[in-house]
Design a protein around this ligand. Structure first.
Ligand SMILES: O=C(O)CCC(=O)C(=O)O
Ligand SMILES: [Fe+2]
Length: 213
């Protein structure tokens, strides 16, 4: 019998399978070249244009109910991205994100229903102290997602490393991750404490969360 639920063949995606494996095993995944050079370029240009239009705001800590700006904790400026108003760069961004989210939902029963993403620019000298991405009054964030949009040739001496604090058999272990362009880091929002070390030059990214409910 024909039905609209006729089997659409499920095609295994090796990259997504690897991401899922890494998250299940290590609580985080690092993906090189999730966005290729051209994609990074258009996304960076979109960030830079909006920043030049003065659309960015100082980032706060806490959520929208409960937010305060504390420069001794975080110094980046951000702009939330509205998917319904996406420009061509942002459409390309959400196409890739949505493809991964669909796959996660088909294979992992994570139940991701919502997402939220913002551009972030860390001016020279800024940082984001050690923290966790969920709030006392809201635990819907399941996966944190950071996508780096820096120019190619990012040097370790630029600083701005993302440090994940992991559990290495009862002993804390630091995983240091450089914000190389095209690289994406995904981690469990409710578990992984992390920080952004001080930057010695501007540092550009898109950060977001995949959420339940
Ligand atoms: O930019 C990064 O590497 C991480 C940013 C972050 O931790 C956050 O925005 O919550
Ligand atoms: Fe964070």
């Amino acid at each position: 019998m024909n039905s609209i639920f006729q089997d659409i063949p499920f095609v295994e995606n090796p990259l997504y399978e690897r991401i899922i494996d890494d998250i299940v095993t290590h609580k985080y995944a690092i993906v090189e070249d999730f966005f290729n050079d051209d994609e990074v370029e258009v996304l960076r240009q979109s960030l830079v244009d909006k920043h030049e239009e003065n659309a960015f705001k100082k980032a706060a800590i806490g959520n929208r109910v409960n937010e305060v700006i504390v420069k001794s904790i975080r110094g980046d400026v951000i702009l939330w991205i509205d998917e319904s108003q996406a420009n061509s760069a942002e459409k390309l961004f959400f196409d890739k994100i949505n493809s991964l989210v669909d796959y996660l939902n088909k294979t992992c029963f994570l139940g991701i229903l919502h997402k939220e993403f913002h551009y972030a620019l860390y001016p020279t000298g800024t940082f984001y102290k050690r923290h966790i991405d969920t709030f006392n009054n809201d635990d819907r964030r399941k996966l944190s997602f950071v996508c780096y949009l820096n120019e190619s040739g990012w040097l370790p001496e630029n600083g701005g490393e993302l440090v994940l604090y992991l559990d290495g058999d009862g002993k804390e272990m630091e995983k240091v991750i450089y914000p190389f362009p095209g690289r994406v880091v995904i981690f469990e929002s409710q578990i992984i404490e992390h920080e952004v070390k001080p930057v010695n030059t501007e540092r550009l990214s898109i950060t977001g969360w995949l959420k339940t409910r």
